[in-house]
Structures are given as C-alpha cells and as structure tokens.
Ligand binder design. Structure first.
Ligand code: F0G
Length: 432
C-alpha cells in the first residue's frame, strides 16, 4: 500500500528550511530539531476544490463522510481511501444561541461545536490524519503527552488502527471523562508526577529513544487535520469569512493550524479576506498572552494553574508557528480568569449547548474583547467550542452544587421527600 504511494507533499523544517519526504517518520527536523510543517506540491483552484468538497458531502459512510477527509486535497493529497483510519469525524454544527450572544455582547456570534466529534473533542480531526500516517509508515507503537483530550482521541484511533498506544498524562490533573475514555479505549496510561510540560518532554524523549511514533501536535499531520475546523466552518458560511474566529489556546497547535488553514484557503481563492484570530488563554496559564502584550519580543514560560485543565500548559510547543498565525491574521491573544471561564461555561451550558471549561474560554474571550472595544458589536464572530460538556463532569458538579456562596448562574439541585406537595412547593418557588 504505502510503497505505491505517490508523494504529493513534503515536510519542511520551519527553522532551517530542511526538507524531508512525506513518508519520513521523523518527529522533528533530523538536521536541527525544529518543528516540521507539511507543504503540498499542487495548488488547485477554488472551483475545482469546491466541486470535490460538494461531491463528497452526500456520502453517509466511510472516509468520504468525514469532515476531515472531505478536504483531503488541502490535508494529504496523496492519500488512498483504503489507507484512511477514520471513525469518521468532523461534520460538527455551527450553532447560534441568543442567550450566549447576548451574554458576550456580540449579536452575530456562532459557536463551532467540536465536542460533536466521536471522542468529544476537536482532537479527532488531527488524530485521523496522524494515525493514518502512522499506519502508512508502519509505526510499531504510538504515544502522546496530554491534558486528556489528545489521549482519549489517540486511544480511540489506535484501537481502530490496531496499533499499541502509550499516553503520558499529569497525575491527578486530568478531567474524569477524559481519563475514563483513555482507559476504556485501551491505551497504556502513564500517570506522570508532573504537569503537561513534563509529560511532553518525557514523551518526546521516550519516543526518540524507543522508536515510538509521537502523535502530539508537534506532529505536522495533526495540524493538517485540525485545519479542517476552519475549512468546514468557512464551508458552512458559504466561504464568506467571519470577522473573527476565537479559540482557546494551550499548547498552540490549534492556533497554528488555524493560521495555516486561513493562509491556504486565502491562497487557493476560497476566501477573499482573512478573518482575525483571537487566541484565548486562562490567566493562570497565559505565557502566550503575556508575550503578545510585549509584541512577542520574548518567549515566556510559566508554572501553569487553572480550572480549565485542558489548557493548563506553561511552555507551549508550537510557539513560533502560532506567533506567525496571529501576526498574519492581524490577530490578538488575551487571557481570561477562571471565574470568567466558569461563567461563560454556565451560560453556554444553560443554553443547552454545553462544553468543557477550556472551550468556554473562547466565548469568555469574545465578551472581554467586546467590552474592551477590540471586537465591534456588529462583528460576525465564530467561537470554537473545543470539547463536550461531559468531558469534565467534576467541574459542573462543583460549580452548581458545591461553590459557596452560589455563583449567580448556579443551578442548585433540591433534595425533597417523595411527596407531590414537595414538588408543588418547588414549582411555586419558581425558577430560582
Ligand atoms: N481546548 C481543549 C478542550 C483542549 O483539550 C485543548 C488542548 C485546547 C483547547 C488547546 O489546544 O493545545 O492546540 O492550543 N488539549 C491538549 C490535550 C493539550 O492534551 O488534549 P492547543
């Protein structure tokens, strides 16, 4: 299979420009250790691309149904359908909820809900591509460091591909839903005494030493898959770009992928202008936001702490390419407090949409940028919700049931005796 593959892409080092082949399994540039990015040889025009996308949209099964592989010309053009490892993924909704828009102060706010992916987060979009590539290059095992979503996704795709999986997660700092998924899907789970940054360092060292294929977002194939969040949302808007795309930022893989997607969509003529990116960090884990305030003069590291465990990261790996994404889109980076994240989450949850804490950072960021006058009141904004509400049930229970005094959006459960009169009493009290 892979021997017959005709390469149509190259991996290029972002630091030294060194080029290696599409099927080279190197995790980083073999010459200087820099991060690799994929470059595709062929550039197709917008009309040809759109015809291919539309033709695949009708499919209901298999890789053609995938919201990642629909855009394969821009992801991995050489791929053969029988090589693809797909659950399938993508095809996530673009939602409009008045209550959330009102709270954020931006009337034309849409939410791209990546929690609708098969394992409940956007990670599946990158994982289908990286796992496909790992199998194509005959990887004997795959590994990642994770705050929980990447590990859940890797575990599910490794199970599908039939490849052994090893994950490194910070002990005691992974939300319940994510650690449960990782174990359930059968990955060998290592609880590391350290934070995510320690896990990533260990995963990189162990992969290099033991010949294991690393599937963190330093892997350029992950970013190719994650670009399709942007392609799909633009497609859903008939290729009429919004003014802003807001997303939570941790290790900065997604911010980098969004920048690359926008650059390529613009170069292909799919969109006439670039939306601005708003990358939002939690204030207790905001090295990128801090650096942005200083014009990116310094690469900052912090000791991270936030309730949004998914983005509890102090030394982001995809730094330089994320800087490029922000600069090229005239974007901004900001940070929001845990209290703001939890309030945004409560509003999103109560709209019936629901998301995990890190995801709510995007909407909290939109509200803050609106109040600072950075985002105009009539701007068209897409906020990306990166993970499902059930990823972190602990955060929900503690917010609604345990926080003292109850936050303004708390929905306290009420314990009653098994009598109709009790129900009547509760109804008479009205809606808190
Ligand atoms: N939102 C969620 C729900 C995440 O899980 C992550 C990252 C991010 C946002 C930030 O994306 O790292 O590309 O800037 N989660 C990784 C993981 C670190 O291991 O699951 P990023």
């Amino acid at each position: 299979m892979s021997q017959q593959t005709q390469s149509r892409s190259r991996q290029r080092c972002e630091d030294c420009g060194n080029e290696i082949g599409e099927l080279d399994p190197a995790a980083v540039c073999p010459r200087c250790g820099g991060l690799l990015e994929l470059e595709h040889d062929e550039s197709l025009d917008a009309a040809t691309l759109m015809t291919a996308f539309v033709a695949r949209r009708a499919a209901m099964t298999g890789a053609d149904h995938s919201g990642v592989w629909r855009y394969r010309e821009l992801v991995l053009p050489s791929i053969q359908p029988n090589e693809i490892v797909s659950h399938p993924e993508g095809n996530t909704p673009l939602l409009e909820r008045r209550a959330v828009a009102m709270w954020a102060g931006v009337e034309r706010l849409l939410m791209k809900h990546e929690g609708h992916n098969p394992t409940g987060s956007f990670k599946d979009r990158g994982m289908t591509v990286a796992m496909t590539q790992a199998r194509r290059t005959s990887a004997r095992a795959v590994a990642c460091a994770s705050t929980g979503n990447t590990s859940a996704s890797l575990a599910a795709y490794a199970a599908l591909a039939g490849v052994p999986a090893l994950v490194f997660v910070p002990a005691g700092k992974v939300a319940l839903g994510k650690i449960a998924q990782t174990m359930a899907y059968g990955a060998r789970t290592l609880l590391v005494r350290g934070n995510f940054d320690d896990c990533l360092r260990l995963a990189r060292e162990a992969s290099a030493a033991l010949g294991i294929h690393l599937l963190n977002s330093v892997n350029p194939f992950r970013l190719e898959g994650q670009k399709t969040i942007v392609f799909e949302l633009l497609d859903q808007l008939d290729w009429s770009p919004p003014d802003w795309i807001a997303l939570p930022a941790g290790n900065l893989g997604n911010t980098s992928a969004f920048g690359k997607a926008l650059r390529e969509a613009h170069a292909a003529g799919l969109i006439a202008r670039l939306p601005r990116l708003a990358a939002v960090q939690a204030s207790g884990a905001a090295p990128f936001a801090q650096s942005f305030r200083g014009g990116f003069a310094e690469r900052v590291q912090v000791d991270p702490d936030t309730i949004a465990t998914a983005i509890r990261i102090g030394a982001p790996a995809s730094w330089d390419r994320a800087v490029r994404a922000i600069n090229e889109t005239n974007g901004v980076v900001t940070s929001v407090s845990d209290a703001e994240i939890l309030e945004a989450k409560a509003v999103i949850d109560a709209s019936g949409v629901g998301c995990e804490p890190a995801s709510a950072a995007s909407v909290a960021g939109v509200r803050q940028l609106r109040s600072r006058g950075v985002i105009a009141p009539d701007a068209r904004v897409v906020a990306v919700l990166t993970g499902h509400v059930l990823k972190d049930p602990g955060a929900v229970v503690s917010y609604h049931q345990e926080t003292e005094p109850p936050p303004s959006h708390a929905n306290r459960p009420i314990t009653i005796e098994p009598r109709v009169s009790e129900v009547e009493r509760v109804l008479a009290e009205g809606k808190r």
